[in-house]
Structure formats: structure tokens, C-alpha cells
Design a protein around this ligand. Structure first.
Ligand SMILES: Cc1ncc(COP(=O)(O)O)c(C=O)c1O
Length: 360
């Protein structure tokens, strides 16, 4: 009998896995509620879906031909959308694929990455898979970056620093001043702007100035293409070429390519949906402030972090779930008394707020 455990790379034998969200049918089954009646606010998904033009483009795409490994058409479309040169853009199967590729490119086993905790869990997950060491730099009491602590944590094994702006799940922005300070260390600084369209704040104008800067964006949120998996990065052409050299050539599929191009053509309509979500975020924030027992953190994304009294968040989370309302909870120490709720449609906000008020 083969013992595959003996063949595994030792650091992967018991690696801490990523904690993903379950699909709607499973959530509905768990709650004992029909799928069309659940309120799914745990994935920061776009409640208005993708562009109808993207759906049409996907339906009209031949599926038997491989995609362009050099991504000419989609990089050009993104160049027009972002204003960055096409040779500074690389597209991945979600921003997630680019996060993984950055670790493959820069991290030897035993190298370190700096992670401003709490933040999006994919960075530390990909670092662990690459055999790297995750050095957590706690955010301050307002969840702002502690750049001095980050600089103190750097040693000659540190390769890469991840900054999320707006940060998931806390909703706050990183300042350009802090990002410049981190860039001046000379390490790779990845600024994840997955929620850029919900705040219009970016440091992409620094790409020409710093070869060590990587901007990450995604079509999952503003364009509602989370299920198709398409995200992109903006960085120096040199770094783009290194990523192309190691990237699985066809990871961005032809349906995602077609949907990306059609979504960019339809950007004005999609950005109207973004504006609806931003308006709804402000309404939800106001309703939360009027609800006793919960404090919303200010947010620049399409979600709000809700703070509860010690020990209360998990109970509220469970009671919401039993009513078919799903939000995102966290196991980390800093966030045990919080959950994150995505901004959905006005009807979804009303369902969430009225259930929350009954519970608290
Ligand atoms: C900060 C952040 N970055 C990246 C992603 C993943 O993006 P994608 O769907 O393009 O892989 C997410 C998804 O929730 C996110 O919150």
C-alpha cells in the first residue's frame, strides 16, 4: 500500500486551509429554507449580478478554442478602463490567482511576508502554501497600518508586504503616505484594491515610480463576475513579464475573457449599480447606528464590519443564519466580537436589519 503522506511536502501535510464561504444551496439546506428565500450577505458579492451584455457575450463565445496566453484583447480593454498601459497589466483567474503567483515568484520556503492583521485571509494562506512565514503586524485601534511596527519586523528574509485598501473586512483605506513608506523599504508591496470602484481611491499612479509596487483589482465586485474568476494586476512591465513566465497560460478562460470585455463596454451601467450599492451602504450604516447593541465600522467597500459586545457576535451570527440570513464571521482574536455584512439590495438590508433588531 502506498503511503502518500510520506510523499507530501512536509509543510503541506497539515497546512491551515483557507476558510471559504459555502454555496447558496448548502446554506439554504442548513437553514431549512428554500434557496430563493435566503439572504446571502457573506461573500461581498454584487447583488445586481453581472452585465446582461456579459451574459450574452459568454453565450456567444466558442468554447473549443484555448484562450490567448498573452491576453492581448483583455489587457487592451483593461488599459482603456484603467488608463494604465496594456504592458503593465496582467489578468488572473481572480485576483486570488495573482496573489498565489506573487508568492511563487518571490517566496522561497522560510522567507517572510508581512500581513497587516486583521485582513483578507488569502495572503497568509498562499504564503503558508508556498512554505513562507507569515509575520502578523497588528493594525492599530482604528485598524490603521502600523508602519513603524512593520519596518521593525523586516529582516533579511522578508520579501513581500500586503496592504488592502479598502481593507477587507474592516473597510478602512490605507494612506498614500503609509504606502510610500512601505515602498521605500524596497520590498514587494502589493496594494489590493479589490473594492476600488466603491471608493475611487487608488495608488495606481505610483506604478511608474516604484518597480516594487503591485496593484491588484478584480471584476468580481463592481462588475459582478465573482463566479467567472477574473481579476488583474497593474505593475511594471518587467514584473508582468516575470508573472507571464510562471503563469499557467490558459488560466483565464474564454468565457471570463468575453465577459470582461463586454463588462468594460458596459461600464457606465455597471457603475450605476456600484453607486446604488454605495448609497445602500450609507443607508445600512445609518440603520445600524440606530440599532442598539451593534456598532458599525465606517466602510469604503461594499460591506460593513459590525462590532458587538464581548461574546455576543457569534450568538447573533447563529440566530441570523437560522433565519436564512448569512453574514461572515471570523475566528481571529481581534474579530471574535464582529461579523461582516455585505451590502445587498434595499430589500436585503431591510430583512437583515429587522432580523438583527429582533435578535439584539
Ligand atoms: C481584498 C480582496 N482581494 C481579493 C479578493 C478576491 O478577488 P477575486 O474574486 O478576483 O479572486 C477579495 C474577495 O473577496 C478580496 O476581498
Amino acid at each position: 500500500m502506498a503511503d502518500i503522506d510520506k510523499l507530501l511536502r512536509p509543510h503541506l501535510a497539515e497546512v491551515q486551509a483557507y476558510d471559504p464561504v459555502d454555496p447558496p444551496e448548502l446554506l439554504a439546506k442548513q437553514a431549512g429554507i428554500p434557496e430563493d428565500q435566503i439572504v446571502k450577505l457573506n461573500g461581498n458579492e454584487n447583488p445586481y449580478g453581472g452585465s446582461p451584455k456579459a451574459m450574452e457575450a459568454v453565450a456567444n463565445t466558442p468554447l473549443h478554442i484555448y484562450p490567448d496566453p498573452l491576453q492581448r484583447k483583455i489587457r487592451q480593454a483593461l488599459s482603456e478602463y484603467t488608463g494604465a498601459n496594456a504592458d503593465s497589466i496582467i489578468v488572473g483567474a481572480g485576483a486570488d490567482e495573482l496573489i498565489d503567483l506573487l508568492f511563487r515568484l518571490f517566496m522561497n520556503p522560510g522567507d517572510k511576508m508581512l500581513d497587516f492583521d486583521p485582513t483578507f485571509g488569502m495572503y497568509s494562506f498562499c504564503a503558508r502554501v508556498a512554505g513562507g512565514i507569515v509575520e502578523y503586524v497588528p493594525r492599530d485601534e482604528l485598524f490603521d497600518l502600523d508602519v513603524e511596527a512593520a519596518k521593525r519586523a523586516i529582516d533579511d528574509r522578508t520579501k513581500i508586504i500586503f496592504v488592502t485598501s479598502p481593507n477587507n473586512p474592516t473597510g478602512n483605506l490605507a494612506s498614500e503616505e503609509h504606502i510610500r513608506e512601505l515602498l521605500d523599504t524596497g520590498l514587494i508591496v502589493v496594494v489590493d484594491e479589490a473594492y476600488f470602484e466603491f471608493c475611487n481611491q487608488t495608488v495606481s499612479h505610483l506604478v511608474g515610480e516604484y518597480e516594487n509596487l503591485v496593484i491588484l483589482r478584480t471584476m468580481s465586485k463592481w462588475a459582478g463576475l465573482a463566479g467567472l474568476r477574473v481579476g488583474y494586476g497593474i505593475m511594471s512591465p518587467k514584473l508582468v513579464n516575470h508573472i507571464i513566465d510562471i503563469k499557467p497560460p490558459y488560466s483565464v478562460n474564454v468565457a471570463a475573457e468575453a465577459a470582461l470585455v463586454a463588462s468594460i463596454e458596459d461600464a457606465p451601467a455597471l457603475l450605476k449599480n456600484v453607486q446604488k450599492i454605495v448609497d445602500e451602504r450609507d443607508r445600512m450604516d445609518m440603520l445600524l447606528k440606530e440599532t442598539t447593541g451593534v456598532t458599525p465600522w465606517p466602510s469604503f467597500g461594499n460591506y460593513i464590519l459590525c462590532q458587538f459586545a464581548p461574546g455576543r457576535a457569534k450568538q447573533v451570527f447563529k440566530q441570523l443564519a437560522s433565519r436564512g440570513i448569512f453574514v461572515r464571521d471570523f475566528s481571529s482574536k481581534r474579530l471574535v466580537d464582529c461579523f461582516r455584512v455585505a451590502v445587498g439590495t434595499p430589500a436585503e438590508t431591510d430583512a437583515f436589519i429587522s432580523a438583527l433588531r429582533e435578535i439584539v
